[in-house]
Ligand binder design. Structure first.
Ligand SMILES: [Zn+2]
Length: 251
């Protein structure tokens, strides 16, 4: 499947929706999507899915509204709640989302959960995983060489990409995104939640609670530890709220 994906046309650059940031992208999106599907299945196999019907229903209800707000009808959206005390959540390329139940006391309500889901979904929509892989390829191989090798499907390059994507699947869940990617996910996430009918100021309140939860513990929640400094994040979110409100459609 991956080889088929790599045969697609390769653009060196693309633009992130809404923020307009231009990013390096050496991977066809099909390769990322396949990686997302594969690693989601792996994660679900290894996890204990929540059997709390109300929790599962909430994650799907809010998730579907965020999904619709992105306009990505081609994604195969799926939302699951995983029984785990980590305060965490993720969205893999293609719209495969998981929420760890440990984050629910912090999200509290639908709007708080929408802030988390908006943020996580934004990482996928903005193709942050593909960007990270592309940056690694550039450093290892160089732009022209990578493109040429990928176009003729040079086996070694395909292997490198496969390895990076494989790592990305795990890394995407465990290692931090860059600070710019985190900020961009906050920014896009605000717009998605507003379009989905949740007031974007709920994101600010969520991050205040997240910071409080971090202070009460020996180790900060994993979700928080991989994200920018709390004060900076909250200030940035406040500055983006007026823009997000232009997309706000109360229900
Ligand atoms: Zn993030």
């Amino acid at each position: 499947m991956l080889a088929i994906g790599l045969a697609g046309s390769i653009a060196a650059c693309q633009t992130v929706p809404y923020t307009g940031r231009s990013q390096i992208m050496l991977l066809p999106e099909t390769a990322e999507l396949q990686m997302g599907l594969d690693s989601y299945q792996e994660v679900l196999k290894k996890s204990q899915l929540s059997r709390d019907a109300a929790v599962v229903e909430q994650v799907r209800r809010v998730g579907q509204r965020i999904a619709a707000a992105t306009g990505r009808n081609d994604y195969r959206w799926e939302f699951n709640a995983i029984e785990d005390k980590q305060a965490n959540a993720f969205c893999l390329p293609g719209g495969k989302v998981a929420v760890y139940t440990g984050i629910l006391p912090i999200t509290r309500d639908d709007a708080g959960l929408a802030a988390v889901l908006g943020h996580e979904v934004a990482h996928a929509i903005a193709r942050h995983g593909g960007e990270r892989v592309s940056q690694s390829l550039l450093v290892q191989t160089g732009l022209a060489a990578t493109q040429a090798a990928m176009t003729r499907r040079d086996p070694r390059t395909v292997q490198t990409v496969t390895a990076l994507l494989g790592a990305g699947a795990t890394v995407g869940l465990l290692l931090p995104w860059s600070r710019n990617q985190e900020s961009e996910a906050d920014h896009l996430g605000l717009i998605f939640m507003a379009k989905a009918g949740y007031h974007p100021s709920a994101a600010r309140d969520l991050w205040v609670r997240m910071a409080e939860a971090a202070r009460g513990r020996q180790r900060p929640p994993e979700f928080l530890s991989t994200h920018p400094a709390e004060a900076t994040r909250i200030r940035q979110i406040e500055a983006w709220i007026p823009e997000a409100l232009r997309y706000y459609q109360p229900r």
